[in-house]
Ligand binder design. Structure first.
Ligand SMILES: [Zn+2]
Length: 371
């Protein structure tokens, strides 16, 4: 065979394999299912306190995982928990991120002080803290209070019960918002045929468990354990199969759109949104980078955002701030204090501008845990 023909065949083969490899790399292959609550955190409780959110979420999650595995043996299904154990919110996110999942589905059951509140709703991450969403958001975030003393450090000084604390989310850029919304709308669409027919729609809220996920992610509230009718449905195990299969139908449809979109090699319905930090030049001279420090010192962290701020950004409120990049986040800090007492002295005045500010320890340019 002439060498030229061989070359053509070879390059054709190469093109086909690399093309299919690329496709298989980007198609939906891994899903993380997150059954809300667990262990010492029961989640929402029924009126008689006998039925717990954590048991319903686990039951529906395991059934959903089974359905996916049975229909798509190639898809890897990862659970944040498969038993009745306590898992921190940031640990759940970490499981999804570490595994480079393509989709994160968190399953919950709602509760409200108003017994009339009924229906399902699906949340995507967002800064919106409008009243009705906020009740759910605070409820689902409050679990971090059970996670031990260091929660302030781990969640950027976030206090779930302090509305001012939610300011950290207002600068958020959600790279996967479109895809998350797509999945959320499919879930709500299929829930219309479900045991709880009232749909409260798609909501955006500052939910900690979704905050740092690096893939499309949704948090589904199946219904209200506090509502007598919803409760009856949620407490019936046969309905757990129904909920699982409705979420599975949404997943199936989402996967079709996702796979088609990527195998076409074009971004249509599910186009990737480039975060602002990536599209902007990081060479900008007006930006200050934290110089590498060899010694240990204290700083006051005022916020964590996923883009670089200009030094004259109004978000910095005229303060002279530096940032430390940790993962996808830019943690903005004020001051450099050799002792924690000196940092504590400044904290009060800084909290006037940044109520959620807290002290961090920096060693060799990175944040290390405060003892
Ligand atoms: Zn919950």
């Amino acid at each position: 065979m002439p060498i030229r023909v061989l070359l053509v065949i070879f390059s054709l083969l190469w093109a086909t394999t690399s093309q299919s490899q690329e496709n298989s790399m980007v198609m939906l292959k891994k899903v993380v299912i997150d059954p809300g609550h667990g262990g010492r955190d029961p989640g929402a409780l029924s009126a008689d306190r006998k039925v717990k959110e954590k048991d319903i979420t686990l039951s529906v999650s395991l059934k959903l995982g089974d359905l996916i595995k049975r229909s798509y043996p190639d898809i890897e299904v990862i659970f944040t928990r498969k038993t009745d154990v306590f898992i921190e919110l940031d640990k759940r996110t970490e499981i999804a991120n570490k595994n480079k999942a393509d989709l994160f589905i968190s399953i919950h059951v709602n509760a409200a002080t108003a017994r009339a509140a009924t229906g399902s709703e699906t949340f995507v991450m967002g800064a919106d803290k409008s009243s009705s969403n906020f009740e759910v958001t605070m409820l689902e975030n409050s679990v971090i209070m059970m996670e031990g003393e260091d929660y302030a450090t781990r969640y950027e000084g976030f206090d779930p019960n302090n509305p001012e604390s939610y300011i950290i989310f207002t600068l958020l850029q959600n790279a996967h918002l479109e895809q998350s919304l797509e999945m959320a709308s499919l879930v709500q669409k299929h829930f219309n045929n479900g045991p709880i027919k009232v749909s409260r729609g798609i909501k955006q809220g500052p939910l900690l468990v979704l905050w740092k996920t690096s893939m499309p992610s949704v948090l589904i509230e199946l219904g209200f354990i506090s509502n007598p009718l919803d409760f009856k449905i949620l407490n019936n195990h046969a309905n757990h199969d129904k909920f699982a299969s409705l979420i599975f139908n949404a997943f199936k449809e989402y996967k079709q759109i996702y796979d088609k979109d990527y195998s076409n090699g074009e971004s249509t319905a599910l186009k990737k949104v480039i975060p602002q930090s990536e599209s902007k030049s990081t060479q900008d001279t007006s930006l200050k980078k934290v110089r590498k420090e060899s010694e240990t010192h204290y700083r006051i962290q005022i916020m964590a955002v996923n883009k670089i701020l200009r030094s004259n950004s109004p978000d910095l409120k005229g303060r002279d701030a530096n940032y430390i990049k940790m993962g996808n986040l830019y943690k903005y800090t004020i001051g450099e204090y050799p002792t924690i007492d000196m940092a504590k002295k400044e904290l009060g005045s800084i909290r006037k501008d940044f109520p959620q500010a807290f002290i961090i320890l920096v060693k060799d340019g990175t944040i290390v845990p405060l003892n």
